[in-house]
Design a protein around this ligand. Structure first.
Ligand code: NDP
Length: 402
């Protein structure tokens, strides 16, 4: 039905390419572009081998708008699936506007020199996309993405009004390294070391990074983990689009070894984003650290265990207070068996494919810039079950969360 251009051939790009290739009747033509074409070619060879599909690969610098415009004019895709880095969101959106191409991403724009997630830069494109008759779908990964859909689905089917939201992201996977990140190390460490913000009675409250923690027992035997409160971008859009929410928090699990390494690296300045002068050269510490750490796309074969990501919502139904937990569990090795990737990339790439499918099939197609929860969740949630991320609901789970 449509030609898609995937930009970014990292861990997530690989999964998106596989999942699109599996649906030949929707994604009739696939082009994969990235800074380094070799990585695109490696993925193209997997697709040929696994599904007998041939895709085109291209080298592109997604920081460069004229280069993107030339590529889009040449390829003429229906839409771009942007799974490069958050720094490229605005240049790709600009090129989409100039060439009449729809847009989707999985992470909100972040300026290179400020570690701060905010939607304001992308929301500012609302009128431009509307007037161009184009759609931009923001944050169609897992968190943000599936978590926005989970919240919208729970609000639609289980409550008259929702009041408390806790998003809980547990990765029970073990890759055997003392310290490695499951997705792009620079983005991951910027996110984790940023000040924590959570929503409380109409405003964001700021606390020190990783200063609040609790223990959480996942369902279905996944295990008990320490989860830390941190800021995550979907809190901004969800509290805006569900104004009845009184408190919203995001929690992520980290092992003791990860926390110990992060503390030390932070203390010695290795997680800094300001350039320093070293032997006559400008070096950004976090970028140097990234070069030393394992490439997340190589973790797949070694990662064992499961992810468990979901939303706990408290609210009112028929005058009574209740709690609903909706979650997905995914096994790292199952993901590797299917698409040669670990579950973090898998759980991000599948919702990106489904978001694109919703746009191509017209289920969600409308001009403007949209966060996921502004769109009806039902078809998306049905596709999560169909395409590898089945979910379950527990009513009144009896959690005792902070
Ligand atoms: P990777 O670092 O593995 O991949 C990023 C890819 O983008 C690499 O292939 C990289 O090229 C390419 N790239 C970077 N800069 C440019 C550029 N200027 N021009 C063209 N290509 C470029 O990251 P991930 O795959 O782990 O993550 C991809 C995106 O997904 C990120 O934005 C991340 O924040 C987001 N994400 C979202 C999640 C969610 O649940 N919503 C969860 C996990 C990730 P090169 O190989 O040359 O470096």
């Amino acid at each position: 039905m449509a030609k898609v251009l995937i930009i970014g051939a990292g861990g997530v790009g690989q999964v998106v390419a596989h999942k699109c290739a599996q649906l030949a009747n929707v994604f009739t033509d696939i082009v994969l572009a990235s800074r380094n074409e070799e990585k695109c070619k490696r993925i193209a060879a997997q697709l040929k081998n696994n599904y007998g599909r041939t895709i085109k690969t291209v080298q592109v610098d997604a920081d460069n708008v004229p280069e993107l415009v030339a590529l889009f004019n040449n390829i003429k895709p229906f839409m771009v699936i942007n799974v490069a880095l958050p720094y490229q969101d605005l240049t790709i959106m600009d090129a989409c506007l100039e060439t009449g191409v729809h847009y989707l991403d999985t992470a909100n724009y972040e300026p290179l020199d400020t570690a701060k997630f905010e939607y304001k830069w992308q929301w500012a494109y609302q009128e431009k996309f509307k007037q161009a008759g184009l759609m931009a779908l923001l944050g169609s990964g897992f968190d943000p993405g599936a978590t926005n859909m989970f919240t919208a689905y729970i609000a639609k089917h289980y409550f008259d009004e929702i009041h408390h939201l806790d998003i809980i992201d547990v990765n029970g996977g073990d890759h055997g390294y003392p310290f490695a990140t499951n997705f792009n190390p620079e983005i991951n460490i910027r996110e984790v070391t940023a000040e924590c913000r959570h929503w409380e009675e109409g405003a964001f409250v700021t606390t020190a990074a990783m200063s609040t923690q609790q223990s959480f027992t996942c369902p279905d035997g996944v295990g008990t983990y320490n989860i830390y409160r941190m800021y995550h971008e979907e809190l901004e859009s969800l509290t805006k689009h569900f104004p009845s929410i009184k408190r919203a928090q995001f929690w992520m699990s980290f092992g003791d070894s990860y926390i110990k390494h992060l503390d030390v690296l932070g203390n010695v300045g290795m997680t800094g984003i300001e350039p320093i002068e070293f032997q006559g050269q400008q070096i950004v510490p976090i970028q140097f650290l990234k070069a030393l750490l394992p490439d997340p796309s190589t973790l797949g074969s070694r990662t064992k265990g499961k992810t468990c990501i979901g939303c706990v919502v408290r609210g009112i139904k028929d005058g009574k207070e209740k709690t609903v937990y909706l979650y997905n569990i995914k096994d790292h090795q199952d993901c590797f068996g299917e698409v040669q990737s670990q579950a973090i990339s898998y759980t991000t790439g599948v919702p990106a494919m489904i978001g694109a499918k919703m746009m191509i099939e017209g289920t969600w197609m409308k001009s403007g810039v949209w966060n996921m929860e502004q769109l009806d969740p039902d078809a998306f949630m049905a596709d999560m079950n169909e395409y590898g991320l089945p979910w379950k609901v527990i009513e009144d789970p009896g959690f005792d969360l902070i």
